[in-house]
Design a protein around this ligand. Structure first.
Ligand SMILES: Nc1nc2c(c(=O)[nH]1)N[C@H]1C(S)=C(S)[C@@H](COP(=O)(O)OP(=O)(O)OC[C@H]3O[C@@H](n4cnc5c(=O)[nH]c(N)nc54)[C@H](O)[C@@H]3O)O[C@H]1N2
Ligand SMILES: Nc1nc2c(c(=O)[nH]1)N[C@H]1C(S)=C(S)[C@@H](COP(=O)(O)OP(=O)(O)OC[C@H]3O[C@@H](n4cnc5c(=O)[nH]c(N)nc54)[C@H](O)[C@@H]3O)O[C@H]1N2
Ligand SMILES: [Mo]
Length: 693
């Protein structure tokens, strides 16, 4: 048996190193690589049965051409030559009549690889002059907030939590979404570290906490400002550190006047005592780490909430302290040379307009004009299932005059509305280089097996499309290995982090760290912000016309404003806040078509507090309707005190076609958040009722 090293491609901070065992051209074994500082020799529940994903009976093996009406599921197999010719004919026509901006590529996180995601989302589209996608569905607001405050996204290694005496995991559920952090967390807890989890839902992570604090969704900014108010009122802040390392401390201090614990309590639904105790604990136990991810900021207040949280380690002087500071994302630790990735400088068309991916439905239905979107090319994403306000997305996809191509491994909810479907390779059938957003170890993914059927990788499709469109640049025809070599060389030439490691060595051993695990972010006191300090008052946000100081404002969204099917059937007082976080056994909609994982996750469900269920005669197992002005979906009730009264929780990622035709995103808002065009899935008000038989 041959053993081939690879990387888990899915959207997860852990980016594990894996090994595939291959016999006679078939993958027969799939396991964790040894000696990886994060993977540590084990795989998560989602990825362990990965060969069921690779050899899934529903894998697409040939290009398909639609023969029935959009969404009818009537297809005819065609050759790649025919598929490419048809795409070329449509695109040339569209470019002549509307210009290349009428073509919109839509891709996101099916794979996180440099070649199959990064380069494949850039080169061809830039050269063509297609519309650019504003990639703000996930963590754009927190990314902006953290960059504005600290200048860069850097995060302590997972291992460093073992030095913490207190950890606050805030709006993050690592037991499900960063599973390889958990052994380090448990080790810290064994050493006496206290764990506080702040989440409206009692998640798998919250179950293991010393203290679970459950605020109302979208109120974290007020909570963090209230904590800061208490810390300052009691004189627990680190004045010397603030003076040396921050800018805007007096202005921020003044802002805190507006957030006494009484107000923070009224907003968050917590008690004043809880907020005071939390503030004292955080300021009193050093080192204390705050760990956040992106679920926290998927609401109308998300960017400012992240800003308010970022201020806390500064207030207590804990950035740069081993076991302290903020754990968010390590994405900024190493950046690939962007010119090598996208070749912008060699693209004749100037950078095209951007279309916000959260507004896909609206964009397709006329919000975007001059030119309107006439063709959509979807790869590595499943917008009909994962984008907000699905009723609008599907209505847009049904447009007769929209030419849609979907490149995927499966006939997803989105592929159902395509004109042409192209079969994609899985990670075992392609080559890539992976950098993680949770740590600083690179992984090289060798192709382990030949593509199944006629499947092709994203990059191979880009090369074919370039040829079809008559674009002759050599950087549109490189092999995946050549792309990696070019980007590596350009990055190594400017970045000392790659000085001591070589691509050859990485290819040979499979994974290599580019920074030592004991390096503490910001220990050098260098913050690459305009002032060179932690910006409590953000000059960058001020320039963008945003509030330069953290704040919380009362915003909500019930989907009635401007909705198509709004009705005044229910009073606002009777509505719920619906949060739709990560499912334990899927990665958004990836893997949510795999039988073993589906049966472990159960029917699509919604958690309802017993008090709310009783008034509606709802019992566990009942079918309920969750609805608002945007739409509705049907879910199975789980009556449980895992959520606070007034809050409903239903995991994301379900395929609508396996869920009675609609999933939770038929209710979620496509309103944009307070920073960076962020999605606001969790600022979602809905009504709940038992389904009549
Ligand atoms: N198993 C699994 N792992 C995944 C994914 C998956 O789908 N499944 N998705 C991947 C992706 S794309 C991402 S971006 C990451 C996300 O990683 P996380 O951010 O950890 O995941 P989420 O479940 O989206 O959100 C975390 C928690 O935020 C809580 N929450 C929601 N609103 C609020 C709020 O207003 N305040 C507070 N304090 N908490 C709130 C939710 O209840 C949830 O438990 O995970 C990645 N990993
Ligand atoms: N309600 C609700 N919805 C959410 C969220 C939420 O919190 N609540 N979270 C949002 C977040 S954080 C994110 S990141 C998005 C994620 O949404 P997406 O980026 O769309 O991710 P997936 O749902 O995993 O879909 C990825 C698709 O890519 C395909 N794929 C995998 N590998 C490849 C490949 O190599 N090539 C090609 N061509 N296809 C491939 C998979 O089969 C799958 O169909 O979802 C968002 N949706
Ligand atoms: Mo995400």
């Amino acid at each position: 048996m041959e053993r081939i090293s690879g990387a888990c491609p899915h959207d997860c901070p852990d980016t594990c190193a894996v090994v595939t065992g291959v016999e006679n051209g078939r993958a027969v074994q799939f396991s964790a690589a040894g000696e990886h500082p994060v993977t540590q020799g084990w795989l998560c529940a989602k990825i362990r049965p990965y060969l069921d994903h690779i050899y899934h009976p529903d894998r697409l093996l040939h290009p398909l051409h639609r023969i029935g009406p959009k969404g009818s599921g009537e297809w005819q197999a065609i050759s790649w030559r025919e598929a490419l010719a048809e795409i070329g004919t449509h695109w040339r026509d569209i470019i002549t009549n509307y210009g290349a901006e009428a073509i919109l590529p839509y891709s996101y996180s099916g794979t996180l690889g440099l070649v199959q995601m990064g380069v494949s989302s850039a080169r061809l589209w830039n050269r063509l002059g297609a519309s650019r996608l504003e990639r703000s569905i996930c963590g754009a607001a927190a990314e902006s907030a953290v960059n504005a405050t600290l200048g860069v996204r850097r995060s302590p290694s997972y291992e460093q939590v073992t030095h913490s005496r207190l950890i606050i995991i805030w709006g993050h559920n690592p037991v499900s979404t960063a599973p390889h952090f958990i052994p380090f967390l448990r080790k810290a807890q064994k050493n006496g570290c206290k764990l506080i989890v702040i989440d409206p839902r009692r998640t798998r992570t919250a179950v293991g906490a010393d203290w679970h604090i459950a605020p109302k969704p979208g109120t974290d900014g007020a909570l963090a400002l209230g904590m800061a108010h208490v810390i300052v009122q009691e004189g627990l802040q680190d004045e010397a550190w603030l003076a040396e390392h921050t800018s805007g401390w007096p202005a921020y201090r003044e802002r805190l006047d507006a957030y006494p614990p009484s107000r923070a309590a009224a907003i968050s639904g917590l008690s004043e005592e809880e907020i005071v105790e939390l503030a004292r604990l955080y300021a009193g136990v050093r080192p204390g780490m705050i760990k956040i991810a992106d679920g926290l900021q998927r609401n109308l207040n998300g960017g400012q909430a992240a800003r308010a949280i970022c201020a806390l380690p500064a207030l207590t002087g804990q950035y740069g302290l081993l076991g302290g500071g903020l754990a968010y994302s390590a994405s900024g630790a190493l950046s690939w040379n962007s010119a090598a990735v996208d070749h912008w400088t060699e693209c004749p068309p100037p950078p095209a307009r951007k279309v916000n991916m959260n507004r896909l439905g609206a964009a397709l239905l006329g919000e975007v004009q001059d030119p309107p979107i006439q063709s959509l090319f979807v790869f590595g994403s499943n917008p009909a299932a994962i984008a907000p306000n699905a009723a609008r997305v599907v209505a847009g996809l049904k447009r007769e005059d929209l030419f849609t191509v979907v490149h995927d491994l499966f006939l997803t909810d989105t592929a159902d509305y395509a004109d042409i479907v192209l079969p994609a390779t899985s990670q075992l059938e392609q080559t890539d280089l992976h950098k993680a957003y949770g740590h600083t170890t690179l992984a090289y993914n060798q192709q382990a097996i030949a593509p199944l059927g006629e499947a092709k990788s994203n990059w191979d499709v880009m090369r074919l499309l370039a040829r079809e469109m008559g674009l002759a640049n050599d950087w549109l025809q490189q092999s995946a290995e050549e792309v990696i070599s070019e980007v590596w060389a350009a990055t190594a030439a400017e970045n000392p982090l790659l000085k001591d490691i070589s691509l050859d060595e990485l290819q040979r051993v499979g994974h290599l760290p580019y920074a030592p695990a004991d390096e503490v972010p910001f220990a050098d006191g260098v913050y690459p912000t305009p002032s060179g300090k932690v910006e409590l008052y953000s000059s960058v946000l001020a320039e963008q016309g945003l509030d330069p100081l953290p704040r919380w404002i009362d915003q909500d969204d019930d989907g009635y404003a401007g909705s198509e099917n709004g009705q005044d059937r229910f009073p606002y007082d009777d509505s719920f806040s619906l949060i739709t976080s990560a499912a334990h056994h899927f990665v958004t909609s990836s893997l949510a078509n795999q039988q073993g994982l589906l049966s472990r996750e159960g029917d699509p469900f919604v958690e309802v507090h017993p008090q709310d269920a009783a008034g509606r005669n709802i019992h566990t197992g009942d079918l309920v309707i969750v609805e608002n002005g945007r739409g509705w979906c049907e879910l199975r009730a789980v009556v449980s005190n895992t959520v606070r009264p007034g809050v409903l929780a239903s995991p994301k990622g379900r395929w609508s076609k396996f869920s009675g035709g609609r999933n939770v995103n038929w209710t979620t808002p496509d309103t944009l958040g307070d920073m960076a065009g962020q999605s606001t899935f969790h600022s979602n008000r809905v009504w709940l009722r038992k389904k009549e038989n």
